[in-house]
Design a protein around this ligand. Structure first.
Ligand code: KIV
Length: 264
């Protein structure tokens, strides 16, 4: 059965949601086949797929291109795509036009935007125009320059209560789920208790309603930087390197192709 925005939202308290990012057809098929409920086409593709050092340079066209490929591989997961930097910040109409394009051209189920209380008007405007929205607060990567690096957020009492207020305001504005990134576990637990929509944590401890990891971190494919919160479930980067080395050596020694790989 297809995971819908409504089904994910109603899973709060009944089932922990697992989420992974995906950016292309083949990997999206494997994620979907594994029964992962929520796929996020994250603007982290700026780093994992395009080799930038942040999400800032990612464009709306980049997001549409990758989201379309993901959609071709998915049967049952809910697919949410990130609105990239400067595609929703400059004005309400621009936000609707860009989010509408992302939804319409790629076929994803919902969009995700970063920001707290100051983003409530945008959230309301998108939802009023039929676009489901997922929120994202805490260490929001599009603000990395303002934060002065990838730093855990909500560590002071004032910052923690601001994040709690942000979560409540966004939930009240109608988002169906909220990503909590890079914050103390106790704060994420408090936010999760305080709102009636699911929280999906990344670097936010075990008390969220679900967890998300960047696929390339989870599989050991992206090794430029590994945050503390990442658990690697495979070392596919090393496995790929070993396979390429074996292939190269077999070609060099004339062992590949063997008779079974040749046409008579
Ligand atoms: O871009 C990204 O990968 C994200 C994750 C938190 C899902 O926003």
């Amino acid at each position: 059965m297809k995971w819908t925005v409504d089904r994910v939202c109603k899973s709060k308290g009944n089932k922990k949601i697992s989420s992974v990012t995906a950016y292309d057809y083949t990997s999206a098929r494997w994620v979907d086949a594994a029964g992962i409920e929520l796929i996020i086409v994250g603007d982290s593709l700026g780093m994992t797929m395009l080799g930038y050092d942040s999400t800032i340079p990612v464009t709306l066209d980049d997001m549409i291109h990758h989201a379309k490929a993901v959609m071709r591989g998915v049967k049952s997961a809910l697919v949410v795509a990130d609105m990239p930097f400067l595609s929703y910040q400059a004005g309400l109409d621009e936000a609707v036009l860009n989010a509408g394009r992302l939804l319409k051209e790629s076929g994803v189920d919902a969009v995700k935007i970063e920001g707290g209380t100051f983003r409530v008007e945008t959230v309301r405007h998108l939802i009023a125009n039929g676009i489901p929205v997922m929120g994202h607060i805490g260490l929001t990567p599009q603000s990395v320059r303002a934060f002065g690096g990838y730093k855990v957020q909500g560590k002071t009492e004032a910052a923690a209560s601001q994040l709690l207020e942000d979560a409540k305001a966004l939930a009240e504005a109608g988002i169906f789920a909220l990503v909590l990134e890079g914050m103390p576990s106790a704060l994420a637990g408090e936010i999760t208790q305080a709102i009636d929509i699911p929280t999906i944590g990344i670097g936010a401890g075990p008390d969220c309603d679900g967890q998300v990891l960047v696929m390339h971190d989870l599989l050991g494919l992206y090794t430029d930087f590994t945050p503390k919160f990442v658990k690697r479930y495979a070392e596919l980067g090393e496995a790929m390197k070993a396979a390429f080395e074996t292939y190269r050596s077999e070609v060099e020694q004339g062992q590949f192709p063997a008779p079974e790989h040749c046409y008579k």
